[in-house]
Design a protein around this ligand. Sequence first.
Ligand code: TMP
Length: 207
Amino acid sequence: MTRGKFITLEGGEGVGKTTNLTFIQKYLQQHNISVVVTREPGGTPLAEKLRQLLLADDSETISEHAELLMIFAARAQHIKHVIEPALAKGQWVLCDRFTDATFAYQGGGRNMCISTIEWLEKMVQGHLKPDLTVLLDAPVEIGMQRAKARATFDRFESEKIIFFEQVRRAYLLQADLHPNRIKLIKANQPLVDVQCGLIEIISAFLR
Ligand code: TMP
């Protein structure tokens, strides 16, 4: 059985991840690829509970270390119960965010130590890395305008603009560090152009 491929979609707030995730899913299915669509933090019952705790804007502030460990705890469950079994069965996995988000939000946004994140990545993932990552990039103001159109803000969305500038910079740095894996698309162009870019990237990957 050929192992499946692991594709992740990344980007800051309001860059259109949800719409484009569905687009990629349909494109893969049209090519007769069996694909499991999932998300982080989340993807298993326990990881979804951790997601709720992470996103809730409660009275007790979550320390940066607690946040980082909860994200990797959710990831460990997700890998063991969803991602690895699917890949082993030959299914493809399409995941809304993965560890590049940790380098961007916790590393960039929260300024946490990169080698600590790398250490946790190694511990939790072993050799598992995405085969392909699509990074949707847009200036922070544009993404935030789109995100504001939603009813309420979660704990991350309530952060200040500077936080999202740091997140964006860290994502772009990840793309520079891993040019073979991470493909960048400008998300502040018409949706049809974003999706043409997606087709180019995914069809090149399929070849
Ligand atoms: P979502 O908005 O894509 O559903 O993701 C939920 C939030 O979780 C988003 O604001 C980014 C944040 N997040 C991190 O801070 N670190 C991570 O590693 C992941 C996967 C998400």
